[in-house]
Ligand binder design. Sequence first.
Ligand code: HPA
Ligand code: ZN
Length: 348
Amino acid sequence: MPRSTLELRRVLHALPKVDLHRHLEGSLRLETLAEIAQEHGIDLPSYNIEQLRPYVQFTDEEPDFHRFLEKFKLLKRFYTTREAVKRVAYEAVIDAAADNVRYLELRFNPAALAHAQNFPLHEVTELVIEAVNQAQAETGIWVRLLCTAVRHESYDLARQVIDVAMAYRDRGVVGVDLAGDEVHYPAAPFAPLFKRAAEHGLGITIHAGEAGRASNVREAVEVLHAQRIGHGIRAIEDSSVVQLLRQRNVTLEVCPTSNLQTGAVDNFGLHPLRDLYVLGVKVTINTDDPSISDTTLTDEYMVAVMGLGVSLRDLRECTRNSIRAAFLSPVEKLQLEQLLLTEFDTLL
Ligand code: HPA
Ligand code: ZN
């Protein structure tokens, strides 16, 4: 075990990492945001990064799920040009690579990126793919994309998002996601869309059991046939849901700092990640929204080790869980597992 926090951070940063749950809309550099705002005259309370921070980031606020989601409303105003969409996507991948993330599933809501200028959804998707491909070529990181639909927006918009995902199945989009307000909006009405996506070979992950109860996790698995759950930590409140996750081999995409900020957990000491792990649920560690939470995957690993009782050996297991739950082909997963775990073992 490293002797100091500085040493621990160095080790965790160097580890080859996998992030399965990161939103593009929550991954804008503050400097980029201020520059875009100034260039395009977006009306903001300030163009100074420090003064902008509280509008975009969850700083010292009271934890609250709906206030967390509010941040996305401001963020979607920044996609003012095609260049802005490309720049943000490119930088998101560059930043992940700099944190030694080797495999990233970056999710984006085409409707959010298209919002400011009413761009066609397929056009913003093309821009994201172009930018991501450029960043992959420059850094060697592997990136795949997921398209996110939002529960509290219309069924028709979700249908358009899922259609885009299916259309770009061969260009790097490997799965679909449902995000948004799970407290007030059930997932079940979206089931036909997710069924169609699965029939087209797309992976399914659903945000559930974060602000909502364990029954939302059951709904995501039984009704939407989710292979992975975004967060899902409140499954711990119902042992029959824990059993369901184990029986169906469903993987949880846990994002510790986000969980604290949304109020899904009251403090890190009460976070159920390690309990779920011990109970045999496949758990993984992810960032969610690096800019809103002001975090990196290294930071989340620090939290896991120092706050959630996760050992370095457990981190290896979590990394393996991530690789096995990735929306990649069996051959690609095998290749990634050999590559990353071999490197992991040389570092620990
Ligand atoms: N929960 C629900 N919707 C979201 C989240 C989240 O953590 N992040 C981005 N959209
Ligand atoms: Zn999320």
